[in-house]
Design a binder for this molecule. Structure first.
Ligand SMILES: Cc1ncc(COP(=O)(O)O)c(C=O)c1O
Length: 470
């Protein structure tokens, strides 16, 4: 059965065929002929008004602080072009052919030799499954571990792409709060206790310990130990998603959770943020049994990761000064982070708080009491600046926890554009505040403490003015 709330384009409710006049076709609405055919799991796959707004937001006059697109123009593009030309000319028969479901051995060897030791993990190439970006890693991990109705525990807020995967497999997400040091282990233990008391055991904890998307916070070493201990005590495996780990601004690479627990942590890596998201190459490091299932799941979904992309990544690692390029990216993103934070400090109203990330792409902003980041977005886009409203980063009913928050990305626009975007956004926030002061806020009346409490934890309690997690 398909809900009558499903829409063909996400723009509004449509009714099922066969109800009402003219075969139930509401006047002026284009019906999807497959409306009755969708699987239950497709019910959560609805596009939102936000998506429609982003079509407008992609116009050049809009400063987008919304997307998490790496600044790939900083890559040595000529060298990459040469690599592709050579791969096709010299190894075309291999590069353009199907390959292994587990991924090419040469690349898996490079991943365990060059990448994993940087985060403290010593693994065997057999432990690695190459994926079509870490997004496919999330997909196959969830596919092999979760039945409909299973519980996944995840940070509040969480990466929106992971939430989409969990929803597609009809898993139920239970959010656990963070503070300025990432996931709160006491709250995690309390969540596990409550679930156990209700006879429920989560399938896994999903966490982004380093340079979190969207919160911009990082678990320190003690925090990581506490998270591991808590999960071990309750027998809950961990899915560690680490696409940003090498992009710390102080040059230090945080030690992966997987480094201290090879049995129950599945590690997801990606070349998207350190090389190219367009090549779609990531990987999973997993214990033997899990790895076998992941390969079968890959074969069932994509047969194999693309050979050409894998060869290109492999050649890049072998022939280019890729570590120097990581340093170039770090420096570039640090400069953009600085531009964002200093602009926010200068322009945002006093009651606004934000995180100051020590790496990665994102800062999490909490608006003054009474503001709603979703309803503010159309006005922001009109003022030619875009962001992602906080509610996108929560699952199901928890979406209201993100009402007062939003994510700002500083990875793509240059520092001047970032400053201009923040200035425009500050103007929008100021005028929203004026409206709230004049007319009052429906948000403040209907949903007072909840969003304030949750968001204040991440941003480290309201202190005006300024960032809480510097
Ligand atoms: C936390 C997190 N996980 C996974 C992904 C997906 O990355 P990939 O391009 O490797 O599929 C992203 C992309 O933004 C991300 O932020």
């Amino acid at each position: 059965m398909v809900s009558s709330e499903m829409t063909d384009d996400g723009s509004g409710p449509v009714r099922s065929p066969g109800t009402g006049a003219s075969g139930g076709m509401p006047h002026g609405t284009r019906l999807d002929p497959f409306l009755e055919a969708y699987a239950e799991r497709a019910r959560s796959m609805t596009s939102s008004e936000i998506r429609a707004l982003f079509a407008v937001a992609s116009r050049p006059e809009v400063v987008s602080l919304a997307g998490g697109m790496p600044f790939v123009s900083a890559l040595p593009l000529d060298a990459v072009a040469d690599t592709f030309r050579r791969l096709i000319a010299e190894r075309g028969a291999q590069a353009l052919q199907y390959g292994s479901g587990q991924g090419m051995e040469v690349l898996r060897e490079q991943i365990v030799a060059a990448l994993m030791p940087l985060v403290g993990v010593h693994a065997h190439p057999d432990d690695v499954v190459v994926t079509v970006g870490s997004q496919q890693g999330l997909d196959i991990v969830t596919r092999i571990l979760c039945d409909p109705g299973d519980i996944i525990v995840a940070e509040a807020p969480s990466y929106v792409g992971a939430l989409s995967v969990f929803a597609a497999y009809q898993a139920e997400v239970v959010h656990v709060p963070m503070d300025g040091d990432g996931l709160d282990p006491d709250a995690l233990a309390e969540t596990f206790r409550q679930l156990a008391a209700a006879g429920r055991r989560p399938k896994f904890l999903y966490t982004v310990p380093s340079f979190h998307n969207p919160a911009g916070v990082t678990q320190g070493p003690d925090r990581r130990r506490a998270v591991l201990d808590t999960c071990q005590a309750f027998g809950v495996p961990i899915v560690e998603d680490d696409p940003y780990g090498l992009l710390g601004f102080d040059g230090e690479v945080p030690r992966a959770l997987r480094a201290d627990d090879a049995e129950s942590v599945l590690y997801l890596g990606s070349f998207s943020k350190t090389f190219s998201p367009g090549l779609r190459v990531g990987w999973v490091v997993a214990p033997h049994g899990v790895r076998e299932k992941l390969v079968l799941a890959t074969e069932a979904s994509v047969l194999c990761p693309p050979q050409l992309s894998q060869l290109a990544v492999s050649a890049y690692l072998a022939e280019q000064p890729w570590w120097d390029q990581v340093k170039v990216f770090r420096e570039l993103y640090r400069e953009r982070r600085d531009a964002l934070i200093s602009a926010v400090q200068s322009h945002f109203p006093a009651e606004t708080t934000w995180t100051t990330p020590s790496g990665g792409f994102y800062s999490w902003v909490t608006l003054p009491e009474g503001l709603d980041s979703s309803s503010m977005l159309p006005r922001a886009v009109t003022a030619r600046v875009a962001y992602v409203p906080g509610s996108a980063f929560y699952a199901g009913n928890a979406k209201r926890l993100g009402k007062r928050s939003l994510r700002l990305s500083y990875c793509f626009p240059d520092p001047d554009r970032i400053r201009e975007g923040v200035r425009r956004l500050a103007g929008v926030i100021e005028s929203e505040l004026e409206l709230v002061h004049t007319f009052g806020s429906p948000v403040a009346h209907t949903d007072p403490a909840l969003s304030a409490r949750d968001n204040a934890r991440i941003a480290g309690q309201s202190q005006a003015p300024g960032p809480a997690t510097e």
